[in-house]
Design a protein around this ligand. Structure first.
Ligand code: AMP
Ligand code: MG
Length: 487
């Protein structure tokens, strides 16, 4: 067995941060997919990963030397309601590796059996959610969005029970900058354990925002942490929204301090543009709709600020004032980043009025135009193409023609705008109906659609006729309106 250079730091934190727990043994692990590029960046031999020993490790049957398996403790607000104790109920951190870029990464098994945090759950994962997380997280990485990554997916040979019946069991190996969540801070704050909050904050600063350590004043250091997380969330949500991405479950336990996208459950890329678009069947209020994600990110970082109050200043009035000032910056910060991303998508210069963007988005919302294809065809027009393909997307032509002529007057020289437009407007995204088809085919024993989709999504900005079918929105009978949380 090759040496995996684990270098663990979370396991050195006080014992109340986690529960030491080995993964469950499973009967018959089989490899679905390995991510060789990611393995190489972690110094793990991809051929070994795909070997019986490697697959045994990915299935939790073999604990490599240097791993210190543990389940992390955290709390969280789920759909607004607080749970003081969530924690890894179906995941185990094997340890950490420093990648070739010098970044420390967590190696985590998901679906690895019960832990002290499992409550009523079985600690397992079904094949569908594992494939979904693989597809979506790698698609996001290729799009340039900060995200946890997929190192591997394996089946376990088990059958597990879910609402919709028995399903094949699977496991996912996740790589993350860390798994520290807003909910991790809440776990200790809820116990009034200020010392643990401080240790966690110091750990998070050292790991994710080391530049803060240059500042001398201790209270300033925690304010700087809050400021950094606020900025990272503003940037992340602006980036999501520019791609039509809906996370679906932006609970505080699914909000990573690192600023990575984490916990791909019932998430989706929108097809037809609708700002109130929701994909999760349990999100009946539209709390996590596309257009509400900035509000929720602000709400989530406010929950983080509350946990940090005792560290910001000894006097609670002062602490509140510091936190409020930092939180107040979120809206402007988000707005600037959002407008900058949409300016690039529309091929507009920095001085272009926001009004043309608002009108453009209202137009595609009113006529339920496909979000991704609209921007792709607009890029085609900017490149000198015939506007007919773009016009054909609109049933009511007059408002479109009016908007297009305004756009032509406002958009800078296409040769200037085109590189930014191409970089901001992907050709192929992980369309929900394709993800569903890949999952259903896998349940029927055919993994080819999963591999084909995952391969295509690795290069989302390239035009390639061989995958034209993956670029198209769903036909009415292919449409998937909800993604169930059946994890
Ligand atoms: P998530 O839906 O991934 O954000 O998970 C919310 C919480 O439920 C976390 O504490 C998970 O560890 C826990 N959880 C979800 N599914 C299971 C399961 N099958 N077994 C045990 N715990 C689970
Ligand atoms: Mg979660």
């Amino acid at each position: 067995m090759p040496d995996i250079p684990f270098d663990n730091t979370y396991a050195r934190l006080p014992e109340q941060f986690f529960a030491r727990q080995e993964p469950a043994r499973v009967p018959q692990p089989q490899c679905i997919r390995i991510n060789p590029g990611l393995a190489a960046s972690l110094g793990i031999d991809a051929d070994w990963l795909a070997s019986p020993d490697g697959v045994a490790m990915l299935a939790g049957n073999l604990i490599p030397d240097g791993a210190e398996p543990l389940a992390q403790a955290y709390a969280g607000h789920q759909f607004g309601g607080f749970s003081p104790r969530l924690g890894d109920g179906r995941a185990i951190l094997l340890g950490e590796l420093v990648d070739t870029a010098g970044v420390r990464r967590d190696l985590q098994l998901k679906g690895s059996g019960r832990t002290p945090f499992s409550r009523g759950g079985d600690g397992k994962a079904a094949l569908g959610p594992v494939l979904r997380e693989y597809i979506l997280s790698e698609a996001m990485a290729a799009l340039g969005v900060p995200t946890t990554r997929a190192l591997a997916a394996v089946t376990t040979g088990e059958t597990i029970l879910r609402q919709d019946g028995p399903l094949p069991g699977a496991m996912f190996t996740r790589v993350a900058a860390s798994h520290i969540r807003v909910g991790t801070f809440q776990y200790f704050a809820a116990q009034r354990d200020t010392e643990a909050v401080r240790q966690l904050a110091d750990y998070a600063i050292a790991r994710h925002y080391p530049q803060i350590l240059d500042s001398k004043d201790a209270s300033c250091r925690y304010a700087a942490l809050l400021k950094s997380v606020v900025a990272a969330q503003a940037e992340l949500v602006a980036h999501w929204m520019s791609l039509g991405f809906i996370h679906g479950v932006m609970n505080t336990d699914n909000t990573a301090i690192s600023g990575e996208t984490i916990d791909y459950g019932p998430c989706a890329f929108m097809d037809a543009f609708h700002p109130q678009c929701v994909f999760s069947s349990i999100d009946v209020q539209g709390r996590y709709a596309w257009g509400n994600q900035a509000n929720i990110a602000h709400w989530n970082v406010t929950r983080l600020a509350e946990t940090l109050l005792p560290l910001l200043d000894e006097k609670s009035d002062n602490a509140t004032r510091i936190a409020e000032a930092l939180l107040a910056g979120f809206s402007d910060d988000f707005g600037t980043r959002y407008m900058s991303r949409f300016r690039a998508k529309f091929g507009l210069g920095e001085s272009a009025p926001g009004e043309i963007i608002q009108r453009g988005l209202s137009l595609i919302a009113d006529q339920q135009v496909d979000f991704t294809l609209f921007f792709r065809h607009l890029t085609g027009v900017a490149a000198g193409g015939n506007p007919e393909t773009l016009a054909a997307m609109f049933t009511d032509k007059a408002p479109f023609e009016a908007w297009l002529s305004q756009w032509r007057e406002t958009a800078p020289d296409p040769t200037q705008a085109l590189p930014a437009m191409r970089a901001a407007n992907p050709v192929v995204i992980a369309r929900n109906h394709r993800v569903e088809q890949a999952i259903q085919a896998a349940y029927a024993g055919d993994y080819a659609p999963f591999h084909r989709l995952t391969d295509a999504l690795a290069d989302p900005y390239a035009e390639d006729e061989k995958r034209a079918d993956l670029e198209l929105p769903p036909t009415p009978d292919e449409m998937v309106h909800e993604t169930f949380c059946g994890t």
